[in-house]
Design a protein around this ligand. Structure first.
Ligand code: BES
Ligand code: ZN
Ligand code: ZN
Length: 452
């Protein structure tokens, strides 16, 4: 069990009351005279985010008051694990979303630096403990994978991470590495990744019973994106260790589903490459014959994600999954459209995408649909190949990238495509700065609801 959680009360847990600003007078009226006197003597202001640690008559910490603008928002409690002193706590009212926010707020990336302190510990109810720990631990995995520097998280290390996960859950794991990609007809993955000292590869994890509905996940695993010969400026390159976040997300989601033993037949495909510069790097206006047979002209070597995903999607759809989900840090344009905190989702299936969006609203993990607006398909025309990987127009970059992927997904396979940031640019309650899982709680809730 993570240090921030316990299931045994031991000598007792300190209660925490979460109170809305407007409800404070009513709440205060119900408290004993000692508490009222204390709050008045410290001139406590019941403003959102303010936290009060209340002593008992002998001066010991007895209870906690946490003021929130919106107690329905799980992040209202996200700061508590490091604001409160180490010790055992329990919310007055049962709330599984608070428990998840607590766990997510207690995260620290400690692989390269000692933690400052241990988080405070939350007492979980036995009925919720398995689900809460599953979600929180899976999101820790996602964050750890993204936060790990590219020098320690290249294609081979990402492969090891997938292999470890497979081992933990008795899943099958295979990979196609380096030149074998050419022999097995994955030229797009090979071409993008061949310039790296760490060979490109396609990772393939399978789990579950073949008789169950087939759910296939595809994640962009660009372990570092320099832009290739169309080199990014340093400001644009700085965060590009996170360009394998799609891969991290699908591994985290796979972990959630395997741990919960969902009755599905799961497949995870990750094209793992590094997009770097070298004498044998792919060039602007090179043409790749993709796995599907579609020829792809490289208008820009920095639009590499869609290229590696095209071969993985072609393999994914060859088995006609019941549901296909790809997750990628695909475009800067999606961030221009929606900002860093709101992932874009595209889909060819209105019912599926509406359901996922609803689960996102319900669990405080919002996603926003953008259209597969077919009129923009013409921006991807190439005069000497079937398609260009770069749009001729500077506008609607997230949509044209999604339309590129759509070329590799038949209309009759329900498909969701996520284009997300996967990074908290600044710390917020429950969301430390750095690698972040986005849309995964929404997706897991949707999948749990649909398949169990
Ligand atoms: N990995 C980037 C997209 C990205 C950038 C995601 C910043 C999140 C934050 C991707 O490979 C890329 O470079 N896309 C280009 C595409 C363009 C060359 C058509 C982009 O978005 O600028
Ligand atoms: Zn790029
Ligand atoms: Zn990229």
């Amino acid at each position: 069990m993570l240090a921030c959680f316990a299931t045994e009360p031991g000598s007792g847990a300190i209660p925490i009351s979460v109170v809305a600003e407007q409800q404070y007078p009513e709440w205060l009226a119900k408290q004993d005279a000692f508490a009222r006197e204390w709050l008045s003597s410290i001139k406590f202001k019941p403003e959102a985010g303010n936290i009060c640690q209340l002593p008992n008559a002998s001066g010991k910490l007895a209870r906690v008051l946490c003021c929130a603008a919106d107690p329905d928002n799980l992040w209202s409690v996200g700061n508590l694990p490091f604001v409160l002193p180490e010790g055992l706590y329990q919310f007055d009212e049962d709330n599984t979303s608070y428990a998840i926010a607590w766990g997510l707020g207690a995260y620290q990336f400690t692989a390269y630096k000692k933690p400052l302190r241990e988080p405070a510990t939350l007492l979980l109810r036995t009925e919720e403990a398995a689900n809460v720990c599953n979600i929180v631990e899976s999101i820790y995995l996602v964050r750890d994978l993204i936060n790990t520097p590219a020098d320690d998280m290249g294609p081979s290390e990402l492969a090891l991470a997938a292999q470890n996960l497979a081992k933990q859950y008795d899943a099958n794991f295979t990979q196609i590495i380096g030149d074998a990609l050419l022999h097995e007809n994955y030229a797009s993955i090979h071409t993008v990744g061949r310039a790296s000292d760490d060979a490109p590869r396609l990772l393939d994890l399978r789990w579950g019973n073949a008789a169950h509905p087939k759910v296939t996940l595809v994640g962009k695993g660009v372990c570092f994106d320099t832009g290739g010969l169309d080199l990014k400026p340093s400001s644009g390159m700085l965060l590009m260790k996170k360009d394998m976040a799609g891969a991290a997300h699908v591994l985290g989601l796979a972990r959630m589903m395997m741990q919960a033993k969902l009755p599905i037949c799961l497949r995870v495909l990750i094209p793992a490459v590094e997009n770097v510069v070298s004498g044998n790097a792919y060039r602007p206006l090179d043409i790749i014959k993709s796995r599907k047979g579609v020829t792809v002209e490289i208008g820009n070597t920095d639009a590499e994600g869609r290229v590696v995903l095209s071969d993985a999607l072609t393999e994914a759809v060859s088995e006609k999954p019941d549901l296909l989900i790809d997750i990628a840090t695909l475009t800067g344009a999606a961030r221009i459209a929606l900002g860093t905190e709101l992932p874009a989702v595209f889909s060819n299936d209105d019912q599926v995408v509406n359901d996922v969006i609803k689960h996102g609203v319900k669990y405080g993990d919002p996603v926003w649909q953008l259209p597969l607006f077919t009129a923009y398909r013409e921006y991807l025309k190439s005069s000497i190949a079937d398609i260009n990987n770069n749009s001729a127009e500077p506008y609607a970059g997230a949509i044209t990238a999604a339309l590129f992927l759509r070329e590799f997904v038949p209309d009759d396979i329900p498909w969701l495509h996520f284009d997300l940031m996967a990074w908290n640019v600044r710390a917020k309650p429950g969301r430390p700065q750095g690698g972040e899982a986005m849309s995964l709680r929404a997706l897991f809730a949707y999948l749990q609801n649909r398949y169990s």
